[in-house]
Design a protein around this ligand. Sequence first.
Ligand code: SF4
Length: 301
Amino acid sequence: MALLFESFDEWKSYCHQKKISLTDAVIEYETEQKGRNREQILQGLAKAWSVMKDAVRTGLEEDMTSRSGMVNNGAKKVYRYPKAVLSKEFQNLISRALAAKEVNSCMGRVVAAPTAGASGIMPGVLFTLQEIHGIDDEKILDAMLLAAGIALIIEQKASIAGAVGGCQAETGTAAAMGAGAIVYCLGGTTDQIFNGVAITIQCMLGLVCDPVAGLVEVPCIVRNASAAAIANSSAQIALADVSSVIPVDEVIEAMGEIGASMETRYKETALGGLAATKTGQAISKKVLIRDIEVLPDEDVK
Ligand code: SF4
């Protein structure tokens, strides 16, 4: 059973053989791994869903200014901007992903789904999906279970951590979880759900992890918004049965291969990419000086 979450193919055939749903298989896995029953698992998910919704509200209502100054109430500005580029729903999606991630950058409470760096994507996607399609909470919790299964396999086959596989692993996995959840909630088949995951990862491949000053703020916050958008575009494509061509397991293997060959400076070390730009370096220096200034005397001796 523990081997179940090593590939999407195995997940599908296991469910087919046992005549159970994809989400039932995740419950079985959780029960086997952690000894928790269905009710306890669903209770945990309900709590996580409530924290996600709170993070969206907090980010849109309370002051979100980070110590570095790089976060300055961006989500609220986007949410309130009078002109929608596509539609108000799209504007809301982007604002909510930004909002929940800003809460994380300002040290608020979020759900790491799958990591804190990517904690705005699932709340933005699920909140907006529920609002637009009137999905009930029970289905949302099921979608979260499904998303957990998706993350488990990506973790086994590649990585979900920026420090190991670059940002493709972190925001890419969260976007894939979101795409799978959307397709699932809108009645997609198993193949369509997995196709949504494959298309999403195809769109995120190669993305490096290069946080300015080593803080999970820039570019992390805007990447949460773009990943939420990609989750939706991929779900739209997958629901229409447009194939990813490369099967999902192979796409994840490609992500693992790209992550393994990525240079260390692109893996959360803040030594490359945006972190290494002139402005990125200047911000890093400023943040360091400020941190030294606030240290108690004995710590700087
Ligand atoms: S850039 Fe790095 S730290 Fe920021 S969200 Fe991506 S993986 Fe996480």
